[in-house]
Design a protein around this ligand. Structure first.
Ligand SMILES: NC(=O)c1ccc[n+]([C@@H]2O[C@H](COP(=O)([O-])OP(=O)(O)OC[C@H]3O[C@@H](n4cnc5c(N)ncnc54)[C@H](OP(=O)(O)O)[C@@H]3O)[C@@H](O)[C@H]2O)c1
Length: 287
């Protein structure tokens, strides 16, 4: 089976390459080889490779910058997925797209289900929601995987940022009033491969796939520093003080509680939620 990956240099793109099951022919394409905002670029990739499955791991992911670069965010997160889904529809290719908890407003008291109405509160979330809706309209066979708080060994993410800050500062203020579920990119890759394994029973589905435990940014940071110190990766303990989102203003608004229910993917594809604590320990010890 030929599987084309867009955004191959991102966190999920690289994890997909690390964890490809045997017998799958991967065609990883980074932004310089396949620009998802260009219909010509997509057409030539389809002509050259005729993929059975396309995984779109490309996106504009700078949440705050999106507020001032709306056009760029919408090009990569709304137009790109639409063009890819159109190409998948025309070529009979199964389309897997990654979306976000930020399509929700974060005001719910229960974990969000796939059927809950979306209501994004920032430009990034709006652009991703627009992308989802464009895919749904194309008629392609698709699985949209919404995930949250992605971290990995690669690129820029909360874990890597905290380790950098922790090496320089002994005390840090971190937001405690945003709740979510960290998700290891390697586990997202495994979840996507499980979807591919079950693709014959999937026509048009949205799945939620995240970490298995809810936490706040503050508690995630505390966990990172504890493990890093115990593993000898930090010269001293780092003390974390909890602050409110109001005390740490960001350009873009963020959902307060974006926890998602991951039962559907477990039921259909047999995949457990991401064990983010185990992944965090493994990444830190391996550094
Ligand atoms: N990161 C998170 O916390 C998070 C949370 C929820 C959902 N998600 C979703 O998960 C998916 C993967 O995220 P990630 O963390 O792996 O992102 P990432 O590390 O930022 O990687 C995104 C990749 O997309 C590429 N890209 C950007 N514009 C492109 C274009 N026009 N054509 C082709 N490639 C392009 C980037 O290439 P360049 O670097 O060369 O620009 C980058 O390699 C995204 O859909 C994201 O919205 C992420």
């Amino acid at each position: 089976m030929k599987v084309l990956i867009t955004g191959a240099n991102g966190q999920v793109g690289r994890s997909l390459q690390d964890r490809a099951p045997a017998g799958m022919e991967l065609i990883p394409m980074s932004a310089d080889k396949l620009d998802i905002t260009s219909a010509e670029s997509i057409e030539s990739a389809f002509k050259e490779h005729s993929p059975d499955v396309l995984i779109n791991a490309a996106a504009y992911t700078a949440v705050d910058k999106a507020e001032v670069e709306e056009e760029d965010a919408r090009a990569a997160n709304a137009l790109g997925p639409k063009l890819l889904a159109n190409a998948c529809s025309e070529n009979g290719t199964f389309f897997i797209h990654i979306s976000t908890d930020y399509v929700f407003d974060g005001e719910a008291s229960l974990p969000y289900k796939e059927t809950d109405p979306i209501n994004p509160i920032n430009i990034y979330g709006k652009s991703k929601a627009e992308g989802e809706q464009a895919i749904i309209r194309t008629g392609a066979k698709y699985a949209i995987v919404r995930t949250s708080w992605v971290f990995s060994e690669y690129g820029k993410n909360f874990l890597i940022t905290m380790l950098g800050l922790g090496a320089q500062q002994q005390k840090l203020n971190i937001v405690y009033d945003q709740m979510g579920a960290p998700t290891y990119a390697g586990d997202i890759a495994d979840a996507i491969y499980a979807i591919i394994e079950h693709k014959d029973k999937i026509e048009h589905e949205i799945f939620h796939f995240t970490g298995n435990q809810i936490t706040s940014w503050m508690d995630f940071a505390k966990f990172i520093f504890k493990i890093a110190f115990e593993a000898g990766k930090l010269p001293r303990r780092v003390f974390v003080k909890g602050i409110t989102s109001d005390e740490y203003p960001t350009v873009s608004k963020r959902p307060k509680n974006s926890v998602m229910d991951c039962k559907k993917i477990k039921d259909l594809c047999g995949i457990n939620a991401s064990d983010w604590q185990a992944a965090t320990i493994k990444i830190i010890r391996g550094r």
